[in-house]
Ligand binder design. Sequence first.
Ligand code: ADP
Ligand code: MG
Length: 698
Amino acid sequence: MAQDAASGVGSASSLTLPGIGPRSLEKLAAAGIRELSDLWFHLPLRYEDRTRLTAIDQLMHGSPAQCLGRVAQVERGFRFRPQLRVAIVDESGLNLTLRFFHFRGSQAQQFVVGRRVLAFGEPRGGLIGFEMVHPSYRLLGDDEDVVLGEALDPVYPAVAGVGPATLRRWIDAALQRLDEHALREWVSAELLPDAMRGSIARALHTVHRPPRDADVHALRTGTHPAQRRLQFEELLAHQLSLLLQRAHARSRGAPALDAGGVLAQRLLRSLPFTLTAAQRRVVDELGADLRRDVPMLRLVQGDVGSGKTIVAALAAAQAIEGGFQVALVAPTEILAEQHAKSFRDWFSPLGVEVAWLSGKVKGAARKAALGAIERGDCSMAVGTHALFQGEVRFDRLGLVIVDEQHRFGVHQRLSLRDKGRSGERLPHQMVMTATPIPRTLAMAAYADLDVSRIDELPPGRTPVRTSVIGMSRREEVMQRIRGACAAGTQAYWVCTLIDDSEEVRAQAAETTFRDLCAVLEPLRVALVHGRLKPAEKQATMDAFRAGAVDVLVATTVIEVGVDVPNASLMVIENAERLGLSQLHQLRGRVGRGAAASDCVLLYQGPLSEAGKARLQIMRETQDGFVIAEQDLALRGPGELLGTRQTGLAQMRIADLMRDADLLDGVAAAASSIVEQDPEAGQALIRRWIGQAVRYADV
Ligand code: ADP
Ligand code: MG
């Protein structure tokens, strides 16, 4: 039987635990837990430490703690919504407020002044000392002993409709059935790093129910050997799934696009510049891929301003000449719009129709675009993620191009690819990114892609001079703007308010806009933000491009891709709020023409250490690679890769940044398994990723 359980399928592992009825099974299944082994691999997100008490005067903002005190005051109020506030006081003499928004009357009545309360929660600093919102708590009798936890308490990812205590009980029951032989070791010992030779079952026991003497610090920081063992396997499973997707795609056919290259030649001749050597090399690499009858899966990486768009256009020309359609997707409306314009400028003189589609294209225009795409009247479709939608059908899609690919999820990319399936054939795929990803990380995130690099900027670019200036010297900055505009160039002013609401961001930009209009008079100032209608946005961008606007005030909507070579000054307000990649992208909007360009990073003091470090790096280097590595060190891979990237963000226990040292071993193990033991590969993917991932395009 142990063999059956090993693979995670079969009768021995089906979910039959005492106390789990059919209703509960449904709830578990909805969370992807269908088998015993799924419960074993439902791993704690983190741990809570109830093994000790913290005095109220020792609490730290944001750092969960357990306090013991007596009720000093109880208040039931209705500010905005009903709430209950219980102040407790301990021997330190300070108060801690426990705040509840959901509570029953009976619960409120339990809190009697003088009663002892043991509370666990995350303290937040408020005006009147610390408070905990919805702490877990227990009321204690006067002589009742305080029972502290013996080991760390695991906190599990929630399962809808199942309380944490119940879930924990079920996992306990599941663990009873997890002995040393219950789980097959799919990774042979010689593929594992030295410190990880223990069994996977033992690692699971330790991670679910840390023994009393376990290293608390290691567990809380995710560096305990048992955790490392599991992290290794999870990273391996993700790597295997990417390799498998790749192998699967490769086993399909693709149209061999080999029509002689006349269209691309004509496009090249119409350009006002010649390609750089790096662009030529990448165009050749893409060309060779496209001529084969195997689907291309290629990532083109090139720093901001390296000229990726024309490279994409040349690949598109090859596909179009071969009789196929091309789809180009960009992550923002403004960028997609700009691409549509560039491609029209390039292709219309060659007699190639370009269709434009975004979510905001409605009515007759939408119908016309959809019709042209479906009938094959237009060979090129440019748009936002609206191109991913079901109603968009292509006649003969041969090449999919995704710009700034880190802004999209892997699934979106796959859904567009699926639109080009005809029978067994897949379209070719090209994805572009300006984010230079360090090697190990690229290995983990892009194992399914080949990589080309445009590692050279077009000639004649002068480096952007970057200065860091405090808000108090704003007037100096105004002088620089006047100077730049007097010299016939243009300026961006970026407002950086970080707020989830586009509305709030837009308002802040409006305020700055009115301000600048008054101060910079008679310069022509215009405003773009995410709340404007597409037509308004487009009109403003066109005016800026045409030189009819001197200063463009914008939210970070202009962050990626926008290309107006005559703009030579970039002012970023509150630059200390932005991450490095974002600053680098924004700065990349200038330095695109012949004029020497400047970037002014305006900051509001006092600066945090991290803020200071970021601005310093920006001043020192313009090398996207250095910046990305620093960004990785400061912020972790989620930001760098885009959080939705490849499902890596949803890992159960691994963390690409923290566990980066495992990646070399993971890559080696993955290729060995793919070659020698594909069955183990499948089993590991099932164990860790389960139904959550689509393998290729089934
Ligand atoms: P990115 O790689 O950031 O997407 P773009 O494709 O937007 O860069 O190109 C930036 C600018 O450089 C554009 O104005 C483009 O026309 C121009 N450009 C591209 N290639 C060359 C080249 N070989 N020589 C001169 N200018 C070029
Ligand atoms: Mg670009």
